[in-house]
Design a protein around this ligand. Structure first.
Ligand code: ADP
Ligand code: ZN
Length: 775
């Protein structure tokens, strides 16, 4: 037998190896193997088995890694799709579906020494006092970790070894599983009685799960529905529920149903909201009772060892539910019954390095491949998902009200142009917001202030000559960080001292000024305005260590903090009953991004942040300070009107053929020599244009023609243009944007074109399919 192996070194090719008799029966599709490659030994993954090979002189597989196949056939299939759709080499796609900690050759289990009492044969010996004390413990416990025994008996390993010499105990290594949540105290929770909207949503999801293995839809009399008459109901749901409407409870009960059907499930949440609080809610529900199961957690803050153990708990079928960030979509859950993607609109589901996959879209694809139900949830769905509901690809489920009839917070938009009148600079706080904060402090209620920009001020500018201190590596102004007394680049991390005079040699004006406001400055101004207030800041600068996040939120929950200032880190999923005021300092910052989703992002951000207010008994109030107070994104968010926003935003997307009416591929060329980058971009553009098949011409034989079928006329090629951030980390970047409705076909054609493209050595090209980041 022959195994086809994809090697971990990127070669865009698979190689055949012999399965030696000694390994027969151990090598399967998905097995991880070590194989010879030239003089080296390399790890790879078996992608197929064959009877014969086109080549002779095949070398044998050296060994099989791991007792179980590590890449299940389902995940292997998914990886292949990712390679094709996202235009990347199959081995890169394959590599991303197995965590690094699991891919290692050695087993990653942690072993520790354990002491076990052996049966005493014959006369029990008379032991010295110390040994007797140790024996008493071992006799009672029968088996325990050596370290624990040493702690209890206050002795050294030598004493225990003496007992071993006497044949009374055995000391042996044993696997000790790591549990990243061992420190948390988790109280079991029971399903809540659902309100009518929640029940209706859950029933639809359960009905879809009950449709069964064949995916077929049964009529009421049990006969299969004739497919010619009926559209099969979709197996992907969009759960659109306002913040606090009880989406999580629906997820929990849908998960329980998957377990009842004997299936497992994956829950994706954005990394940032993967707080202990969120994880606990899921662990608590399945920690006891007849549906008890381990809930595995996968995210980037785990140690490699913890990740290894969590992954194997899933692979061994002991953890039936997985909760994790983006890459948890590849968890080896089998059989998979349900995938939940919470906050499905979040941009962090998109991976910004190859393979540049979008975990939500991969989830939908995996659901289709494995006949699993997919539930996407959000208070502010992406236009893509909502559009898919309108077209009948997804089924829309709605939770329009907050649980317990809590009112939506009252949102006031403050015109900052008025607040700025008569002021010297641009104010941070309007009089209205200042007054509202003051009231909350008096009433001992809590406030959250939000500004999506960290640092103290955004730029250092000379008022005389206009010079702005720029990053030497990027086309971006440096941000002033006052506490550290330094200037920093938020793209590449470059740090520079603060100049005391204008750096322009001809000017040298000593009166340089800081412009723009960041979270540090908000915090400082706040402390000056309200000296008695207890203030904490939460942004990438203050959240450096693993526990910072937990500590700050813990203090806030416990009422030890009055005002929490932060960036989008505080916008998500947090639930604090005593927060009655939310202030958004500059709501239109995100509107001016060079991105066709700028309006959508602003709408989402405002709605999410506003959702943090009034989650307790007192009605919440939100102040949105804006310089463009009548912008639709701000006005629709003020009225909590998602559909209104959707309708007006779609007009613009239709007109300009932006997603969701089309799909985008963004080609970025980068290099240190701007002329070469530009030239290469022009060359690529001409190549693309020449490959576009006009509907009349015959299919050409080179196979690299952009044969997009009926959509050919639909392809729009724009650019090349300098990237919005022309220079980043010393590289110049130019972009070409492609829009089409037939992305799978375009991806295939692009892979061929890119493969045949000759670029100068120092210019690189990346293809980003369905990009979310255009800078
Ligand atoms: P969302 O995820 O939509 O923001 P949550 O699921 O966090 O909302 O629900 C908000 C709060 O309401 C939580 O404290 C939750 O326990 C509670 N809750 C949810 N459903 C119900 C229900 N049916 N009855 C009572 N309380 C509920
Ligand atoms: Zn920089």
């Amino acid at each position: 037998m022959i195994a086809r192996v994809s090697l971990e070194i990127a070669l865009r090719k698979e190689f055949d190896y012999l399965i030696p008799p000694g390994l027969a029966g151990q090598v399967e599709v998905g097995s991880r193997v070590q194989v010879p490659f030239g003089p080296r030994k390399i790890l790879g993954c078996v992608t197929a088995l064959a009877e014969e090979s086109a080549r002779t002189n095949l070398k044998p597989i050296l060994k099989v890694i791991g007792a179980q196949t590590l890449v299940t056939p389902q995940v292997l299939k998914l990886a292949r799709w990712i390679g094709e759709y996202y235009c990347c080499a199959p081995e890169i796609a394959l590599k991303s579906v197995l965590p690094e900690a699991v891919r290692k050759e050695s087993s990653g289990w942690r072993e520790r020494l354990s002491v076990r009492a052996l049966p005493v044969g014959g006369e029990f010996p008379k032991l010295p006092k110390r040994q007797q004390a140790v024996w008493n413990i071992v006799e009672e416990r029968r088996e325990l970790a050596l370290q624990e025994l040493l702690d209890l008996a206050e002795t050294t390993a030598a004493t225990v070894r003496k007992l071993e010499d006497r044949g009374l105990v055995e000391i042996a290594p044993e696997i000790s599983e790591r549990d990243p949540y061992a420190r948390e105290h988790i109280l079991p929770s029971q399903p809540l009685p659902l309100n009518p909207a929640q029940s209706a949503a859950l029933e639809k999801i359960k009905a879809a799960m009950n449709r069964g293995e064949d995916g077929g839809w049964k009529m009421e009399d049990g006969k299969a529905a004739p497919s010619s008459i009926l559209h099969p109901p979709s197996s992907t749901f969009l759960l659109h529920g306002v913040t606090g409407s009880g989406k999580t409870e629906v997820y929990l009960q849908a998960l329980a149903h998957a377990l009842e059907l004997g299936k497992g499930a994956i829950v994706l949440v954005p990394e940032i909201s993967l707080t202990p609080q969120t994880v606990e809610r899921f662990k608590a529900r399945f920690s006891s009772g007849k549906l008890q199961t381990l809930v595995a957690v996968l995210h980037s803050h785990l140690s490699a060892g913890e990740r290894h153990d969590e992954w194997h708990k899933i692979r061994q079928g002991r953890a039936r539910i997985v909760i994790g960030a983006r890459s948890a979509i590849f968890a080896p859950v089998e059989p998979l019954g349900l995938v939940i993607v919470d906050e499905e609109h979040e941009t962090s589901y998109k991976q910004e390095e190859a393979p540049r996959y979008h975990a939500r879209d991969v989830a939908v694809m995996r659901g289709q491949m494995e006949n699993a139900i997919v539930v996407l949830g959000s208070a502010t769905p992406s236009l893509e998902s909502y559009y898919n509901c309108k077209r009948g690809k997804f089924t829309l489920l709605e939770l329009p009200e907050r649980v317990d009839d809590q009112k939506m917070p009252h949102v006031r938009v403050v015109d900052m142009r008025q607040a700025a009148r008569g002021e010297k600079g641009i104010p941070i706080f309007s009089p209205q917001l200042k007054e509202a904060i003051h009231q909350r402090l008096e009433r001992r209620e809590q406030t959250i202030l939000f500004l999506n920009r960290r640092g103290y001020s955004t730029s250092l500018q000379c008022p005389k000559c206009g010079e702005v201190v720029q990053c030497p590596n990027c086309s971006l102004a440096l941000t002033f960080h006052r506490q550290e007394q330094k200037l920093a680049c938020h793209i590449c991390g470059h740090v520079a001292p603060v100049p005391s005079v204008c750096p322009n040699a001809k000017c040298k004006n000593p009166a340089i000024r800081f412009a723009g406001t960041g979270t540090q400055r908000v915090e400082e101004t706040l402390a000056r305005l309200f000296p008695q207030a207890r203030i904490k800041r939460m942004d990438a600068d203050t959240m450096r260590r693993k526990d910072d996040y937990r500590n700050v939120l813990g203090d806030f929950r416990a009422g030890k903090t009055d005002i929490l200032v932060g960036t989008q880190m505080i916008a998500k999923g947090l639930h604090f009953p005593n927060v009655t005021l939310v202030g958004i300092i500059y709501a239109d910052l995100a509107l001016h991004q060079p991105d066709f989703r700028a309006g959508e992002r602003t709408f989402q951000l405002l709605t999410q942040v506003a959702g943090r207010a009034g989650r307790g008994d007192v009605e919440g109030e939100v102040f949105v300070q804006a310089f463009a107070p009548f912008h639709p994104a701000i006005q629709y968010a003020r009225r909590h009107d998602f559909t209104g926003f959707y309708e007006q935003e779609m007009e613009f997307r239709e007109q300009l053929k932006y997603p969701p009416v089309s799909r985008v591929a963004l080609l970025t060329l980068k290099g240190r020599n701007e002329e070469k980058v530009k030239f290469s971009a022009d060359h690529l553009k001409r190549m693309l244009e020449s490959k576009v098949q006009s509907p009349k011409s015959k299919a050409s034989s080179d196979g690299a023609t952009l044969d997009l079928g009926p959509w050919t006329l639909d392809l729009i090629i724009s650019g090349p243009a300098p990237a919005p951030l022309l220079r980043a980390e010393t590289f110049y970047r130019y972009q070409i944007m492609l829009r089409t409705r037939a992305m799978s076909k375009l991806s295939q054609a692009l892979a061929k074109i890119i493969g045949a493209l000759a670029l100068p050595d120092d210019v690189t090209l990346t293809a980003d399919i369905d990009p979310v980041n255009f800078t």
